[in-house]
Each structure stands twice: as structure tokens, then as C-alpha cells.
Design a protein around this ligand. Structure first.
Ligand code: DX5
Ligand code: ZN
Length: 217
């Protein structure tokens, strides 16, 4: 785990009719990862895109593809996204009963594995899985849509998780997702986050490159 704060813009906020250009824009703007929000219309009240979009984006960039599965049956989607070129796959603890098995499948394929917790899910829900995770993604908004307000109680969760990782000497990436802007980015980094997902703040910025470096602090 490097110390430099990583910025993972979410293509949920991109122009879907011009995705190739949007991915290139992110690459040129200095993004570290590309965050793909996968939504099935069941786990969250929205539908976004699937493995084909991931495969198409894979063709356009060498940046790590960070796939966030907001789906009811994440185990069904690990292989399709591995085949589509995902580098990191995170699944919601609220959507899966066999967490260790799914995390092991992702790592077995040589990719990075992680768990996601919703705003209402406490940090201890992932405590016994941390050694099987490269990343824990903490939702700072209710999943399903971009452009929402950052939920401030998230900061305590980041601090709690960072303290756990330090105590167990785990090189855990803590990723925060939703409502990230220059102010909340600073707060999250101070609390111990190492990766920030930003959709609207990057794609709706006058200068995405400048926004990315501002978020990175
Ligand atoms: C919400 C997604 C987030 C969202 C972030 O379900 O997981 O990644 O797209 O969008 P902003 O940065 O606009 O809150
Ligand atoms: Zn996301």
C-alpha cells in the first residue's frame, strides 16, 4: 500500500453515450483507478451496466479497473468481471453469505478483493474478514446514485477501520465512496482513507485534472 492518496473516478457520472472519450479523459486527468458501479436494480434501486462495459473500458485504458458490485448475487458476477478485465472487485457484505469463499475466488485469480459496507452497516461486520481483503470500501452515501451528500458519520467508521488495520499490521486500502469533494476528501484522508471515489466532483468539474489533484491534496 503506497502513501499517496488514490483517486478513483466513478464512470457512473460519465456520459454513457461517449464512454470511451470519458475514460481517456480520466486517464489524461491523472486518475489512479477507474471505478465501475455495477447495479442490478435489486440490491439498489437503479441499473447501470455490466461486464460488457467493463470489457469495453478495459480496451481503452491501462488504469486499474475497480469494480463495485451493487448486486443481489455477487458470487454470480465474479467470473464475468474477472473475464472482463477487472483488477479489483468489491462485494457488499449485505448481499453475500459466503464472504470468505468469494474473496478467495477473486484473489485466486490474481486480482485484488474487497468488501463494501453500507452507511448503516458497522465496521465490525468486516472485522473477521480483513486478512482476506486488499480493500474495504466504506459507502458514505446510500448506494444507487451519484450526486448525493456525504454522510459525516462515515468519518468515525474510517477511523475505526484504520485503527483495526494498524493494530493487525494489515496493508489495507480503505476506499470511501460517495459525496467526495475537496472538503470531504481532506476529512476522509485525515481519518485514514487511502482511495477516494469521486463521480460528480470530477466529471462535472470545469477542469477534471485540477479537481483530481485538489482531491488528492
Ligand atoms: C453510488 C456509487 C458511487 C457514486 C459516487 O452507489 O457507489 O460510486 O457513483 O458518485 P458521487 O461522487 O457523485 O457521489
Ligand atoms: Zn461505487
Amino acid at each position: 500500500m503506497t502513501n499517496r492518496l488514490k483517486i478513483a473516478p466513478s464512470i457512473l457520472a460519465a456520459d454513457f453515450a461517449d464512454m470511451g472519450a470519458c475514460v481517456k479523459l480520466l486517464e489524461n486527468a491523472g486518475a489512479d483507478w477507474v471505478h465501475l458501479d455495477i447495479m442490478d436494480g435489486h440490491f439498489v434501486p437503479n441499473i447501470s451496466f455490466g461486464p460488457q462495459m467493463c470489457a469495453a473500458v478495459r480496451e481503452r485504458t491501462q488504469l486499474p479497473l475497480d469494480v463495485h458490485l451493487m448486486v443481489q448475487r455477487p458470487g454470480d458476477w465474479i467470473d464475468p468481471f474477472l473475464d472482463a478485465g477487472a483488477d479489483i472487485i468489491t462485494l457488499h457484505v449485505e448481499a453475500e453469505v459466503h464472504l470468505q469463499r468469494q474473496l478467495a475466488r477473486i484473489r485466486h485469480a490474481g486480482r485484488k478483493a474487497g468488501l463494501v459496507i453500507n452507511p448503516g452497516t458497522p465496521v465490525y461486520a468486516v472485522e473477521c474478514m480483513l486478512e482476506y481483503c486488499d480493500v474495504v470500501l466504506i459507502m458514505s452515501v446510500n448506494p444507487g446514485f451519484g450526486g448525493q451528500e456525504f454522510l459525516p458519520h462515515t468519518l468515525n467508521k474510517i477511523e475505526k477501520l484504520r485503527a483495526l488495520a494498524i493494530k493487525r499490521d494489515l496493508p489495507l486500502e480503505i476506499e470511501v465512496d460517495g459525496g467526495i469533494n475537496p472538503k470531504t476528501a481532506r476529512q476522509c484522508a485525515k481519518a485514514g482513507a487511502t482511495v477516494l471515489v469521486a463521480g460528480s466532483s470530477v466529471f462535472f468539474a470545469d477542469d477534471p485534472a485540477d479537481m483530481i489533484s485538489t482531491l488528492r491534496g
